[in-house]
Design a protein around this ligand. Structure first.
Ligand code: SAH
Length: 248
């Protein structure tokens, strides 16, 4: 079996945030698989087949990529950000676990990318400078009770928190409940960052106290970072920075 499968992260948006090893894998690919807007970031060329697919079909996409690699292709699956963070790498391993034995002989590699929370954190300062966690707020693959329990425990443990998939079009009320739950435990004074479309022309960052946070401040292109009890703002001459000190 001579094919290979690379699971690559394209970073948060800007081309110069794609790593050189990902660029090289894309240049050598015969097939590129991924969610439509991510595949749209790849320039077409002779000998390259693009296979864009819709959201929410991750398992079919993973199996399709494995099948093409098993047939001898040099296949790259693209994710935004990092492929291991709420993205395709885990979907591929789920497909591999349940798939035919021969898939396990394939050469499979995961190439990291800059994940949204790190791109957002860097733009704002250093809000993830001490202990933090990342929580996917989508309830596609887990019940709301699990999300709420994790939020409660993380807030009680005083982690800074990064929230991915904060607000879906299908369930806008979920994020309002998340904000209420967090205000109940953390109080209203804590800074919360809404970072939208980081590193793209649509980038917008807003920091407000948790008491003023509204669900409509986030959409599906926003990553949200809530500070710990130690996170604060420093006012500079021309801008401010959000940061969490490294101690306790
Ligand atoms: N694998 C991706 C995350 C995929 S989940 C990564 O590592 O970044 C999709 C969620 O990621 C979005 O709902 C949003 O919360 C976040 N996201 C992805 N790109 C972003 C960007 N450029 N700016 C802000 N948030 C982003």
């Amino acid at each position: 079996m001579s094919g290979s499968l690379v699971i690559a992260g394209l970073g948060p948006g800007r081309d110069d945030l794609v790593t050189p090893e990902v660029t090289q894998a894309l240049d050598q690919a015969t097939d590129i698989v991924g969610y439509i807007p991510y595949v749209a970031r790849i320039a077409p060329r002779d000998g390259l087949n693009l296979h864009p697919s819709d959201n929410r079909v991750e398992m079919e996409r993973a199996r399709h990529a494995l099948e093409m690699a098993a047939a001898g292709g040099r296949v790259v699956i693209v994710s935004s950000g990092d492929p291991g963070v709420f993205a395709m790498a885990a979907a591929v391993f789920e497909a591999l676990e349940d798939g035919p034995e021969q898939w396990r002989a394939l050469e499979i590699s995961v190439l990291p990318g800059i994940t949204a929370m790190l791109a957002a954190s860097a733009r704002a300062g250093a809000p993830l400078g001490h202990d933090f966690c990342a929580i996917n707020l989508s309830d596609n693959l887990k019940p709301r009770e699990v999300i709420e329990r994790r939020l409660r425990l993380a807030a009680e443990a005083d982690f800074a928190m990064a929230f991915y998939n904060p607000r879906s079009r299908a369930r806008p009320e979920g994020f309002a409940r998340v904000l209420d739950l967090l205000r109940g435990i953390c109080g209203g004074g804590r800074p919360i960052l809404f970072a939208r479309a980081v590193s793209t022309p649509d980038e917008a960052l807003h920091i407000v106290p948790l008491r003023d946070a509204r669900p409509e401040m986030a959409d599906m292109r926003t990553v949200v970072i809530l500070g710990s009890s130690r996170t604060r703002i420093i006012e500079g001459a021309t801008r401010s920075w959000l940061y969490t000190p490294r101690s306790a």
